[in-house]
Design a protein around this ligand. Sequence first.
Ligand code: PLP
Length: 358
Amino acid sequence: MSEYTITYIKNEQPKEKPQSDQLSFGKYFTDHMFIQDYNPEKGWHNPRIVPYQPLVLDPAAIVFHYGQTVFEGLKAYRTKRDKIQLFRPDKNMERLNRSNDRMCIPEIDEEFAIDAIKHLVHIDQEWVPNAPGTSLYIRPFVISTEPYLGVSPSATYQFIVILSPVGAYYEEGINPVKIAVENQFVRAVKGGTGEAKTAGNYASSLKAQEQVADEGYAQVLWLDGVEKKYIEEVGSMNVFFKINGEIVTPALNGSILEGVTRNSVIELLKHWDITVNERKITMDELYDHYQKGELEEAFGSGTAAVISPVGELAWEGKKMHINNGETGEIAKKLYDTLTGIQYGEEKDPFNWIVKVKY
Ligand SMILES: *Cc1c(COP(=O)(O)O)cnc(C)c1O
């Protein structure tokens, strides 16, 4: 399948690049994008890198009506020596295909997709920012393009990759956030699409997010969709707790999205001989540990923030203050190690780094 050649149309009107220290998240886009088409006769075909541009789609395209679409998120990092590198892109492409499978989207060639991403990042390499903590966010996604209002899988698709230079998530080191436990809305249920990175999951999470934002909370902590007892995720991050010196994270259960960062955190903790328990954990249990003084840290993990410590957790009118609202030792060490590997400042014992420009 990998004998595709990527055609390239250069953007002759490159944009002005934003200042490296004035980036936020997902606001600016680079000069080029990757596109590949799918139809039942040819399969995935016509891979091309073209000037960044709007798409022309039929208003009846399935993606607009029934949300048959998936996406990914990863980053390219510029090292101090001006090399550019990716972090575990194979994991993202594996997950893209798991999401594709769930959404009845034809599978993509993972190796070819990684090559395409490397190619695109190489072309737009000047867009990889160099200020500390900045990176080039990579957003691969697949949309269903067939014009058809019947509810069935699309016959045609586009696989697209766009790039966005993004700012440092934390301006001055990592900062704990306030989180509200969500008791009304749910993100996902077993048998649903929670395991897939698909648009609908995020559309349905907006309401909860909007409500707690009014009360000063950064994100919600999602509970299971059936009993609303078990902890699942925090915002669009996986979640970890340090209880009595051991780390606990909710076991993958069919409704939790399996993060590449989650997987990397677990591997690092095991490497450091710190016990990690992937198991079910309820809010009742967590609160019990908190009251006994055994809840030492809480943090989220995801590509955007890497590690996001939780300083306060609000639940049923009670407020839990974790580690005096400060970043815990494990969260700090994980953040430093992961970003150290990503920016090429630390050894990469697991071969997580994929080079783009050396
Ligand atoms: C993307 C995502 C994560 C984190 O995944 P990473 O691969 O670590 O970035 C966690 N939860 C949800 C719901 C997500 O969409």
